[in-house]
Write a protein that binds this ligand. Structure first.
Ligand code: PLP
Length: 378
């Protein structure tokens, strides 16, 4: 298998695997919330992990609330941190786990607004200002804008978003899932109140993520029945997964910049190869976006069909999180692309472990499939 779908999920780093192993071993026992030595040892390991996660984003360890992943972290941010009576303002290209909170917020009586993006997927700051003005009420609003888009890789101007939100007394949440592996996202420097991250996008384990919550931000837990994590997200913590997320964050902190540089080089070479061979191919998203992301439209292809014929080449047609919903990508539509262009688009997701030969081989397989489909003369 040629795996270039790292924006959907990354392989576990061997060092993360090693860090987790003792906690999976049959002899490892102890509820981390229990008051005995086994519980304390697990709790200590979890606290170390919390500190690593916090360090990656410039927060304090107590700010880290473990969740089952970023879907839950985003939901917890939007539904749990929403000021009573406030409005919620998001960009038009947010992940489904943000977008699909909006109907629930409206049911709860909140006003919501979705802010347009430009042709590259970057948020329109004047429209954000207008949305914050238009939805303003007596309570503060909550703004949610992702650090980088998972389909086209565009990196959002978070500092400017936060500065604008502050002028309107709004809280700021960012889904930083995709950016953290290759870019520094420091909450105090960007003035963020809430940030979501996910283990399996950072060469860490699946099934674990975190919402990082600035002190003073009120969080209403979604479930009852336990005081764990100071009641902010009750439930017994999974020690091996928490340890794995901590190890993944420690690695990301040490190597994100170098990984980003290397992956951007591979991505640019891939684009040069494809654009040199496939006339009419277009790139979606900003050229200086996520290092591992290349989203292209190849006019005339049906991307889903093409990829079905290439099961040993793992690419994507859009967000895996939209599951079986096969309609055109809402992200590409929000960027002004037509539905037929969206159906002709696919995404390469390069990762930490991607080698140059893999990128070349992937390009060759894709080009051959496009030619076989009869879209271009060979
Ligand atoms: N946010 C973004 C931008 C994503 O790309 C994803 C995963 O695809 C998620 C949130 C959801 O993360 P998880 O799989 O941890 O629920």
């Amino acid at each position: 298998l040629l795996y270039l779908d790292h924006l959907a999920s990354t392989p576990l780093d061997p060092l993360v695997f090693e860090a987790m192993l003792p906690w999976w071993a049959p002899g490892a026992v102890g509820n981390p919330h229990a008051a005995h030595a086994a519980g304390w040892r697990a709790a200590d390991a979890i606290e170390e992990a919390r500190a690593e996660i916090a360090a990656l984003v410039g927060a304090r360890p107590g700010a880290v609330v473990f969740t089952s992943g970023a879907t839950e972290a985003n939901t917890l941010a939007l539904l749990g941190a929403m000021p009573p009576g406030g409005a919620c303002v998001v960009s038009a290209v947010e992940h489904a786990s943000v977008m699909e909170c909006l109907p629930e917020l409206r049911r709860r009586g909140h006003r919501t607004a979705t802010v347009a993006v430009d042709g590259e997927g970057s948020i329109d700051l004047a429209a954000l200002d207008a949305a914050l003005t238009g939805t303003a009420g007596p309570s503060p609003s909550l703004v949610s804008v992702m650090a980088a888009n998972n389909e086209v890789g565009t990196v959002q101007p978070l500092a400017a978003v936060a500065a604008l939100a502050r002028r309107h007394r709004a809280l700021v949440h960012s889904d930083a899932v995709q950016a953290l592996g290759t870019r520094a996202i420091v909450m105090p420097a960007l003035d963020l109140d809430l940030l979501s991250l996910s283990g399996h996008k950072l060469n860490g384990p699946m099934g674990i993520g975190a919402l990082v919550v600035r002190e003073g931000v009120r969080l209403v837990p979604p479930s009852q029945g336990g005081g764990q994590q100071r009641g902010r997200r009750p439930g017994t913590l999974p020690t091996p997964l928490c340890v794995g997320l901590g190890a993944a964050c420690r690695l990301a902190r040490g190597r994100a910049e170098e990984d980003g540089r290397r992956m951007a080089g591979l991505r640019d070479r891939l684009w040069t190869t494809l654009s040199g061979v496939l006339p009419g191919i277009r790139r979606n998203g900003a050229a200086d976006g996520l290092a591992g992301c290349l989203n292209v439209t190849i006019p005339g292809i049906d991307a889903a069909d093409l990829l079905l014929g290439l099961p040993e080449l793992a690419l994507a047609t859009g967000s895996a999180c939209r599951g079986d919903r096969a309609g055109p990508s809402p992200v590409l539509l929000a960027m002004g692309r037509s539905a037929s262009d969206a159906h002709a688009s696919l995404r390469f997701g390069l990762g930490r472990t991607t080698r140059p030969e893999e990128v070349e081989e992937a390009a060759a397989r894709l080009i051959a499939a496009v030619r076989t489909a009869g879209v271009y003369p060979s």
